[in-house]
Write a protein that binds this ligand. Structure first.
Ligand SMILES: [Zn+2]
Length: 276
C-alpha cells in the first residue's frame, strides 16, 4: 500500500475561526494585545494505492467555489488560493490519473472545501462513501448553508452514495473511523502501513494542530461541541494505542504519538514523498 498526499491549494482565514479560544491566541487580563494570524489553510487529499484498488480520500474545493459560495462566507474565507491549476482534476492528471481509475472515493465530511471535487466522479464508476448521518444532514440543504454547497453532491440524488454508520474496514488495512461533531457525520480514515505504522487521516475532526491541546480547543465552525470532544478523545485513544501519525484536515503539521506522548511532525506530500 502506498499513500500519496496532494495539496489542492489553500483557503485563508482568521486562525481563530478554526481554533477558539486557544490559550496562545486569545486575549486575557495578562495579555491584552497580540497579533492576529491570517492562516493559510491547505486543502489536502490522499491517494491510497492498495492492491485491491485505488482509493481517493477527500477532494478539496471546486475551482468554481468563488462563484458558488455566498458572499458572507467569502468575507470570512479568502478563496484566491483555490484555482484550476491546483484543482483535484489537474493534480490527478499530473500523476496520470483520472476519475475512472478509482474504486472508492471516501469523504471525511461534506463541507465544500472537502467535497468540492466530488462532482468529477459524477460519471465515473467509483463507489462514493459517506457517513449516513452526513448524507442525511445535507439532503435537507437547498442551496448553500453552513459551508455545505448543494452543487458538490447534488448529482448523488440520482445515485445515492454508499453510506457507513461507524468504524468499518473498506479494504484490508483501510478503515473508516466515525468522528462526529465537526459535522453530524464527520469521519476519519485509518491506514495500517508496514513502515509508517498507523496513519490516521482525521478530516476536520482535527482541523489543525492548534485544536489538539490538550485540552482540546474547539472552533466556532463545529456543529456540536460535545460529540466533537468525544471524537478528539477517540483520536487520542487510537493514536496512543497504535503510535499513530495524525494528519489534520487543514495543516502541514500533524502529530506523531509514542504512547500517550505526542510531538509535531511535518506532513509530507507527493511527489517528494510516499507513505508506505
Ligand atoms: Zn469542515
Amino acid at each position: 500500500v502506498k499513500v500519496k498526499g496532494m495539496q489542492l491549494g489553500f483557503t485563508a482565514c482568521d486562525l481563530e475561526l478554526l481554533a477558539f479560544p486557544h490559550p496562545e491566541l486569545v486575549l486575557t487580563a495578562r495579555r491584552q494585545m497580540a497579533e492576529k494570524t491570517w492562516y493559510h489553510c491547505p486543502l489536502v487529499s490522499f491517494i491510497i494505492d492498495h492492491p485491491d484498488g485505488l482509493i481517493l480520500w477527500e477532494t478539496g474545493a471546486a475551482p468554481t467555489a468563488a462563484e458558488e459560495w455566498p458572499e458572507e462566507w467569502q468575507d470570512l474565507v479568502d478563496l484566491s488560493g483555490v484555482t484550476p491549476e491546483n484543482s483535484l482534476e489537474r493534480k490527478l492528471a499530473s500523476q496520470g490519473l483520472g476519475p475512472e481509475d478509482f474504486r472508492y472515493v471516501i469523504l471525511g465530511h461534506l463541507h465544500s472545501d472537502h467535497a468540492g471535487g466530488l462532482r468529477l466522479f459524477e460519471d465515473a464508476g467509483a463507489t462514493i462513501i459517506v457517513h449516513e448521518d452526513e448524507y442525511r444532514h445535507v439532503t435537507q440543504i437547498e442551496d448553500a448553508a453552513d459551508f455545505f454547497v448543494r452543487k458538490d453532491w447534488h448529482f448523488l440524488g440520482g445515485r445515492p452514495p454508499t453510506t457507513v454508520s461507524g468504524d468499518q474496514e473498506i479494504l484490508r488495512g483501510v478503515s473508516t473511523v466515525s468522528l462526529p461533531g465537526h459535522t453530524p457525520g464527520t469521519m476519519g480514515l485509518k491506514l495500517e502501513l508496514p513502515h509508517t505504522g498507523t496513519l490516521l487521516l482525521t478530516s476536520d475532526a482535527l482541523s489543525t494542530h492548534w485544536n489538539y491541546g490538550e485540552p482540546a480547543v474547539g472552533s466556532p465552525i463545529n456543529w456540536d461541541d460535545d460529540p466533537w470532544r468525544r471524537s478528539i478523545e477517540k483520536i487520542r485513544r487510537i493514536a496512543s494505542a497504535e503510535n499513530a501519525l495524525l494528519v489534520p484536515g487543514h495543516d502541514l503539521q500533524g502529530f506523531r504519538h509514542e504512547g500517550a506522548a505526542f510531538g509535531l511532525e511535518s506532513i509530507r506530500f507527493s511527489p517528494d514523498y510516499v507513505y508506505e
